[in-house]
Design a protein around this ligand. Structure first.
Ligand SMILES: NC(=O)c1ccc[n+]([C@@H]2O[C@H](COP(=O)([O-])OP(=O)(O)OC[C@H]3O[C@@H](n4cnc5c(N)ncnc54)[C@H](O)[C@@H]3O)[C@@H](O)[C@H]2O)c1
Length: 267
């Protein structure tokens, strides 16, 4: 693993109760920084924050927040600055495909138009508006600091599209295109950079192992977090407004084997 010097810097990350959000916070702290872990699941959050602080006392706090609620998001950013003095990196990792979260397939919703609209509302609110809210709330502090990194989280689904997870594909695609470019435009004069990482399958859950990639495997969470850490650091000072796919080559595989690939996905 590369090492960075994040001493005196603070990351605010939602969805940090598990998966890549948690790992990003743990690695940020290991590399000298502070972390504000945010999640809707209070019990899990407390356990993870206590674990980080047992090794690195006082370097992490946990704040319960639903990313769909702007007031709660704004309070998180305020509390982060009150506690650690700055927000140097902000990211809202909370998310997921509505098809998985609500088991739409198993619940008998076979097609896009049969899935209740509330499920799409959830998907757009968490996957897109949550990221928008965090960027909006943190930006004010970054503008004052004249520095900051906004990290978006996309997905290969935002690139490929999906006949079932339409809300997920739509929201991730926005974060990979209009959102990342616009915030990079807006932030440049304040030394605020914005980039999005779009993963293919990642082994934050075992089911991902079955998904096809050109390299024949899903990525380990650490591989994604290593890229995130690079984008958080000054080593990537020239990169802004970009969406970087880390998908094991799945995106070019889709283009090449379009017909066959459809069959794989539905097996
Ligand atoms: N794992 C993959 O294969 C993969 C692939 C592409 C993109 N992604 C994206 O990466 C991100 C992280 O995925 P992961 O698998 O590491 O995460 P995960 O599913 O392990 O964790 C998500 C966390 O978000 C929290 N959360 C859910 N709803 C919330 C809400 N409304 N407010 C606050 N917190 C909430 C959950 O409690 C959970 O701790 C997601 O945005 C996901 O869409 C993941």
């Amino acid at each position: 693993m590369f090492t960075y010097d994040f001493s005196g810097k603070t990351v605010v990350a939602s969805g940090a109760g598990s998966g890549m959000g948690l790992l990003l916070c743990e690695c940020f702290v290991k590399n000298g920084g502070n972390a504000v872990l945010v999640d809707i699941n209070e019990e899990v959050l407390k356990e993870k924050v206590d674990k980080i602080n047992s090794e690195y006392p006082g370097r992490a706090i946990g704040l319960v927040c639903d990313v769909r609620n702007y007031e709660q998001v704004a309070n998180v950013c305020k509390k982060a600055v009150e506690t650690f003095g700055s927000i140097d990196v902000v990211t809202s990792m909370a998310g997921g495909a509505e098809t998985r979260i609500f088991n739409t397939w198993q619940n008998g919703y076979k097609e896009f138009c049969d899935i209740p609209i509330e499920i799409f509302d959830w998907s757009l609110d968490v996957n897109l508006k949550g990221q928008f809210y965090f960027a909006h709330a943190a930006y004010k502090y970054m503008r004052e600091q004249k520095s900051g990194v906004i990290l978006g989280i996309g997905s290969i689904t935002g690139h490929e599209g999906s006949d079932t997870a339409v809300g997920y594909a739509t929201s991730k695609s926005a974060v990979m295109n209009g959102w990342v470019k616009s915030l990079a435009f807006a932030g440049a004069k304040y030394n605020i950079r914005c980039n999005t990482i779009a993963p293919g399958p990642v082994m934050t859950r075992p089911g991902m192992a079955n998904m096809k990639t050109l390299i024949g495997r899903a990525a380990e969470p650490q591989e994604l977090v290593d890229l995130m850490l690079y984008l958080c650091s000054d080593m990537s000072a020239s990169i802004t407004g970009q969406c970087i796919l880390m998908d094991g080559g799945r995106s070019i595989m889709f283009d090449k084997y379009h017909g066959e690939f459809g069959k794989y996905d539905k097996k």
